[in-house]
Structure formats: C-alpha cells, structure tokens
Design a protein around this ligand. Structure first.
Ligand code: SF4
Length: 191
C-alpha cells in the first residue's frame, strides 16, 4: 500500500482534532522506517491504543497487523534506548506539559520528548515531512514555547536551552549565544 494511501486511510477515520494530521504522520513514520520513534511512539501499549482510539476510530486493527520483523526489531531497539534516558525524557515531557494548550492531546508531549532523544533534527526524528509541519504543531499545541522561540532556534536545541536555563546542564557552556562557538549548532536552517 502506498504511503499516501495509508495517510489518507488514517485521516479518513480521524476524529477531527486540530492535531490529527500531525498525529497521523507520527503514527505512520515508524511503520515506514522513518524517524527515530518506536512503533508505539514511546508510549505503553495501553496508552498507544487509547491514543489511536481517541483520534482514529478503528485504526488499531489494521495498524497492529502491519509491521514486519525488521520494523519490530528496530522498534524494540528504539524502546531500549528510550529506557536508558528516562530522566532526560521526563524533563522534556515536563517542559512541554507546562506549555501544552488546554484540550490538546497530552500524549503529544511524551511523543515529542521521545523524538528529542534521536540524533537528527527533531522534525526528522519525529518523521514529519518537513520542518514546517513541526513548527505548525508547536504553534497549535505549544503556542507559549513557539513564542519563546522567537529567534527560530533549532527545536531540540531550544528545548534543551530551556532545561539549561531551569538549572540543567544540557547545552550551554558559553555565557551568551553571541559569544558561543556552538552558535551554528543552535541556529540556522534545519535541512
Ligand atoms: S548558541 Fe551556545 S549559548 Fe546559545 S543556546 Fe546554543 S549552546 Fe547555548
């Protein structure tokens, strides 16, 4: 089945929420071997099924049948990597949750935090088709964070900078961005 058809198939049963399109990308990406997320997006089995039931009625049945052996193996490895970094993941979840707009799916914070633990740009690790989809999601679901990122910092770097400013030690070794030798790691195009 073509990727576009699967996306359309999922959207055909979408509940009509503002972030359903973003969730559809997130759900399908690991099934296409794209991005860094495990098949259940870093959620437990029940939480993942509940997410599907809330947003895509009836999708559990056909999505559960799909993944092949390689995808399952890859997913298990991703799950293990996440388990190794649960403290960091939780700090990212907490940051996102503090800024999540009321009424927006709360599992999104857990999924985005799991994507932050991958090694690529966040939009790629989440399996979005481009950075614009991630920026749109941030505007919809976390408008406070989007507003705070007024210099259009790379999203992962921006989140870790927030943690850094709240007493963590993840990103910044320089007193200011202007004096920092890592400037290009934090700003500039994410392609
Ligand atoms: S440019 Fe340097 S100081 Fe600024 S956020 Fe990045 S690492 Fe931190």
């Amino acid at each position: 089945m073509q990727v576009q058809n699967r996306f359309e198939r999922l959207m055909a049963v979408a509940a009509g929420g503002e972030t359903d399109r973003h969730l559809a990308h997130l759900i399908l990406a690991p099934r296409d071997g794209v991005g860094c997320l495990p098949l259940r997006l870093g959620l437990g089995l029940e939480a993942f099924r509940a997410l599907l039931n809330r947003h895509f009625t009836g999708a559990v049945q056909w999505l559960d049948r799909e993944p092949d052996y390689l995808l399952l193996t890859r997913s298990a490895m991703r799950e293990e990597l996440l388990q190794l970094r649960t403290e960091e993941w939780q700090e990212l979840v907490d940051l996102l949750e503090r800024h999540r707009r009321p009424g927006i799916e709360s599992a999104l914070s857990q999924i985005i935090a799991a994507g932050c633990l991958g090694g690529d740009h966040l939009w790629r690790d989440l399996g979005f088709p481009d950075r614009g989809v991630l920026s749109e999601l941030m505007q919809l679901a976390y408008p406070g964070l989007k507003a705070l990122n007024d210099k259009d910092m790379k999203w992962k770097r921006f989140f870790y900078k927030q943690l850094c400013e709240n007493g963590g030690s993840y990103v910044c070794r320089a007193p200011s961005c202007e004096q920092c030798s890592s400037w290009s790691d934090c700003f500039g195009p994410e392609v």
